[in-house]
Design a protein around this ligand. Structure first.
Ligand code: ADE
Ligand code: ZN
Length: 330
């Protein structure tokens, strides 16, 4: 089954580029940029990846990204992820970036976006992996700060296709960002939103009704609200589920407690993704493997998940069909 998963063509739709920083690259960049990490070694850094909830992870995630500073650093970070993705037969990826975690350190928006997109172009031509970029607002900051970030990003609007909302969910509902997402849609961007990771099912409804999100990131807590499950199934709203992330951040106690199989059985458009792979112990294939083992998923189940990943992508129908056409041999 591991070989089958490895060979399966797939898309990854929920991946934070800042969350792909491997400790080895973190130490190399720290040395180059003369920054001191709060760890003595790569092993010590990896040993700190032991989280009690979303916030305990975010604290380390924001602190670690301080080593990434130049356009070349953003390029190298992104290309390292894309090489790994290509090695796992990822054909297409939609990547989040958190500009506010960089502009707060006086790194210009252009440095971030130009570095990332240079790597995306390289991966398209040299690795055969296509990508889209999605800017994400930090929800623990204000709506005014999100609006300012949108304005700073508009000169680079041709380099990203959508806007999302991430960071500390509890206490920061989608409704806090209604006005800025109205402007986001007016500007013609696709809309996604992290909701129902730690936050309640109402946040998923808010993301759909108030922000007009086209895709929900995580969304696992929808299972607490039968009417919402019915709605998500009927409207085939894609959910970008991240199984290893959910267990490492204690959304579920163990993988056997995860509700992903129930979500699939309820007819939801579930996709499998890695979120922040080094922090959570695996890239996309390790996520497929973990749920396959926990729930005894069949080859048909795995192919369905891969098909869903293409269906849920921000690609044209023609591009999706081309990717889906690779699946029947599996
Ligand atoms: N930023 C990076 N990973 C995240 C997650 N799983 N939830 C919210 N914000 C994030
Ligand atoms: Zn995420």
């Amino acid at each position: 089954m591991d070989d089958f998963i490895a060979q399966l063509p797939k898309a990854e739709l929920h991946l934070h580029i800042e969350g792909t920083l491997e400790p080895e690259l973190a130490f190399a960049l720290a040395e180059k940029n003369k920054i001191t990490l709060p760890f003595k070694s790569v092993d010590e850094m990896r040993a700190a990846y032991n989280f009690s909830d979303l916030q305990s992870f975010l604290d380390l995630y924001y602190a670690s990204i301080s080593v990434v500073q130049t356009e070349e650093d953003f390029h190298d970070l992104t290309l390292a992820y894309l090489k790994k993705a290509a090695s796992q037969n990822v054909r297409h990826t939609e990547i989040f970036f958190d500009p506010q975690s960089h502009t707060a350190r006086n790194i210009p928006m252009g440095t971030v976006i130009n570095g990332i997109t240079a790597a995306l172009r390289e991966a398209q031509s040299e690795l055969g992996v296509s990508s889209k970029l999605i800017l994400s607002f930090l929800r623990h900051l204000s709506e005014a700060a999100a609006m300012e970030t949108l304005q700073q990003a508009l000169p680079f609007r041709d380099q990203f296709i959508g806007i999302g909302l991430d960071s500390s969910e509890l206490g920061h509902p989608p409704s806090k960002f209604v006005n800025v997402f109205e402007e986001v849609r007016r500007q013609g961007f696709r809309v996604v939103c992290h909701a129902g990771e730690e936050g309640p099912p109402e946040y998923i409804n808010e993301a759909l009704d108030q922000l007009h999100a086209e895709r929900i990131d995580h969304g696992v807590r929808c299972m607490e609200d039968a009417a919402l499950v019915k709605r998500l199934a009927e409207e085939q709203i894609p959910l970008t589920v991240c199984p290893l992330s959910n267990v490492r951040l204690c959304v579920f106690k163990t993988m056997s407690d995860h509700t992903i199989k129930q979500m699939m059985d309820a007819g939801l458009l579930v996709t499998v993704n890695s979120d922040d792979p080094p922090y959570f112990g695996g890239y996309v294939n390790e996520n497929y493997q973990a749920i396959q083992e926990a729930f005894g998923l069949t080859r048909e189940d795995l192919v369905q998940l891969a098909r869903n990943s293409f269906t849920a992508a921000f690609l044209s129908d023609e591009e999706k069909q081309k990717l889906i056409a690779e699946l029947p041999e599996f």
